[in-house]
Design a protein around this ligand. Structure first.
Ligand code: HEC
Length: 128
């Protein structure tokens, strides 16, 4: 009995400490481990920056073709056009069609960026 009581008080101390720690954060901060798209970029956001934004800026279409092939597997549930949009981006990059690729990036962003921003679970989902 005494042992159980001790264990419980240890849990209680941890819980209280956790709350105090959270309270010390600025009010705009979100739960630990959660991205916010700004100071703490979200997994897909960061992946896109590194694997799409950066190679696109330097015209490395071969890299884009590979990245977008991979990105085709990242879509969330109910995103029925995701894989198709990623494949088109990859195909256009492989064919060196820069303008088409730019339009492809935009097409997917127009279709799904907002959905990501509205859905915390989706936004925090790790890159597979
Ligand atoms: C299949 C869909 C899809 C395609 C194709 C796609 N993106 Fe994205 N991209 C997204 C989504 C969704 C986000 C938002 C992720 C988030 O904010 O959590 C995003 C975010 C980004 C970001 C991060 C922006 C920020 O807020 O920092 C960059 C950069 C980016 N994409 C570049 C590109 C480029 C360049 C291409 C084309 C070569 C491209 N993307 C193609 C879905 C796509």
């Amino acid at each position: 009995m005494a042992k159980t009581k001790k264990a419980w008080s240890a849990v209680l101390v941890m819980v209280v400490a956790g709350v105090a720690g959270a309270a010390a954060l600025p009010s705009a901060a979100i739960a630990e481990g959660q991205c916010n798209g700004k100071s703490k970029p979200c997994p897909l956001q960061k992946w896109m920056r590194d694997n799409a934004g950066t190679p696109m800026a330097s015209g490395e279409l071969a890299t884009i073709a590979k990245s977008m092939e991979k990105a085709g597997t990242f879509g969330g549930p109910d995103m029925k056009d995701w894989a198709k949009l990623a494949k088109k981006t990859s195909d256009d990059a492989r064919a060196n069609k820069t303008d088409d690729v730019k339009a492809d990036c935009k097409a997917c962003h127009d279709a799904y960026k907002e959905a990501y921003k509205q859905n915390a679970a989706l936004r925090n989902k790790p890159i597979p």
